[in-house]
Design a protein around this ligand. Structure first.
Ligand code: ADP
Ligand code: MG
Length: 249
């Protein structure tokens, strides 16, 4: 099995406070992984370290065996790591299709693209992405008029358009309906295999739907790893979440 990403002993200190504390984690190429943990566990900081936004004070982050430490964020994106933030960043006054065309043709002038058609190959790619995320029948709709869930899927499609090997997805189902949440789980499952997908989420029904290995973070450290059933039965996990409402074991 090919290791795509490895974090070894990663520690992040914010003025002495350890947001990550000796974090170790490995992702295999093509896997889907869920990361959960109570608020403040270090989940977002963990993504910030991978994408180069935050520099660890100790430890190593290896992507395809090469260190990412010290590399600027845009460089890390080019190496094949795409990140979806919680709030969608689609262009609201352009159609779904146009948003995707801009993502597929990245590098061309956006102004030129507004007045010309894409080459066939890129048009096919846009169509395939629209179908993959379930937005083909909404292609002419302005992105601003999409539901919150549809915007999330459009943004996932825009990210996939850039062919990242590793997709980092931070809380994709916050505020989504049950139906949209189920669709998002199916979509991320579908993307894994051809991509490595790491998802951070609080919604336990969604995590269950993913049927993926779960890593539990607590105080900047991996508390345990296993299937959803295994981590839910782990007494350390129960202790950490005890009395919290963001999980229902
Ligand atoms: P999570 O995403 O799991 O809720 P975060 O990674 O956002 O957790 O934060 C982990 C801890 O680090 C929290 O206690 C948070 O207050 C702290 N933290 C995060 N970013 C900073 C920062 N830039 N400066 C100081 N403390 C921070
Ligand atoms: Mg967070």
């Amino acid at each position: 099995m090919n290791t795509l990403l490895e974090l070894k002993g990663v520690t992040v200190s914010f003025d002495g406070f350890l947001a990550l504390n000796d974090l170790n984690l490995k992702l295999t190429s093509g896997e889907l992984r869920a990361v959960i943990g109570p608020n403040g566990a270090g989940k977002t900081t963990f993504l910030d370290v991978i994408t180069g936004k935050v520099k660890p004070s100790k430890g190593e982050v290896l992507f395809r065996g090469k260190s990412l430490i010290g590399k600027p964020e845009h460089h890390i994106v080019r190496l094949g790591i795409g990140r979806k933030f919680q709030t969608p960043r689609v262009i609201e006054n352009l159609s779904c299709r146009r948003n995707l065309e801009l993502a597929v043709a990245k590098g061309s002038s956006p102004l030129k693209l507004l007045f010309t058609n894409l080459p066939n190959k890129q048009r096919d790619r846009v169509q395939q992405l629209l179908l993959q995320v379930g937005l083909a029948s909404h292609d002419q709709q302005l992105a601003g008029g999409l539901s919150h869930g549809q915007k999330q899927w459009l943004e996932i499609a825009m990210l996939v358009a850039q062919d990242p090997d590793l997709l980092l997805v931070d809380e994709p189902v916050a505020g989504l309906s049950d139906e949209e949440t189920a669709h998002t789980a199916a979509l991320l499952k579908d993307l894994s295999g051809s991509h490595t997908v790491l998802v951070i989420e609080h919604d336990m029904d969604f995590i269950r739907d993913l049927q993926a290995p779960v890593t539990v973070l607590h105080e900047g450290h991996v508390l345990c790893e296993g299937s959803m059933e295994e981590v839910q039965a782990d007494s350390r996990v129960i202790d950490v979440y005890l009395g919290r409402e963001d999980v229902n074991p």
